[in-house]
Design a binder for this molecule. Sequence first.
Ligand code: ZN
Length: 289
Amino acid sequence: MPVRQVAPHSFYVEGVLAESSRANQGFMSNAGFVVTPAGVVVFDALGSPALAERLLEIIRARTDQPIRRVIISHYHADHFYGIPALRAAGAEIWARTEARAYLNSDAAQRRLAERRKSLGPWLGEHFTLPLPDRWLSADESFTLGGVSFQLQRVGPAHAPEDLVMRVEPDGVLYSGDVLYAGRVPFIGEADAGHWLQALDRLRQIPAHVMVPGHGPASFHPADDLGLTARYLRFLRGEMARAVADFLPFEQAYARTDWTPFAQLPTFEIANRANAYNVYLQMEQDALQP
Ligand SMILES: [Zn+2]
């Protein structure tokens, strides 16, 4: 589990760039931790209690301070399944109320069934979907050991509840899955239009470093925000044009010149599904009166 320090108090562990699998034990997302003289704040819980145990060892190797709080960026399996281990270590878990809709959904149960199959040994026999100790319904800030933490909802973007954490004086923003540095994002079911609005909100938050939910930290947040925004705008523009021309998706995809983004690391695995998702969204938009 590679650990990186990005500022005096701020660290993160970096998951591999891949889908969750038995081979990587589900370690394909990042988790952050901020060490203060009065305790540790963790951002995201990784994809299993076993992974969160390893994160705890890494934190223990750096400080004797207790883990006070865990802030969950959004309720996707790779970011919250590790909660039980962190709670057992004494931390209080905070998450946004919008995550309730996901917890009560069939999608959450289907994901759990799939992860039990693929990550069973690391989830443990009695694993159930872990709830937070505290539901947040407004933006919050607090100070711990002279370090200030600002929690702000920027979603709906990647998920309805997307929450980011700003740490000062470090100038660090933990951005969850709303920002991907130097790569093509996985849009999934998300609405690309809402996502663009979230990027605008993110742009208002001053930070020298952004630690995303996947992949390396960005030391040029404005550039990376710009790249993600350009990509989303491009997808929406091309797919809207295709819908207006009554072009089927396959032809729309084939005629699009993807050159500006084709060199990015996750283009091959993410772009086609992203384009299809946005095509469907544009079709829906066109049907709105
Ligand atoms: Zn994720």
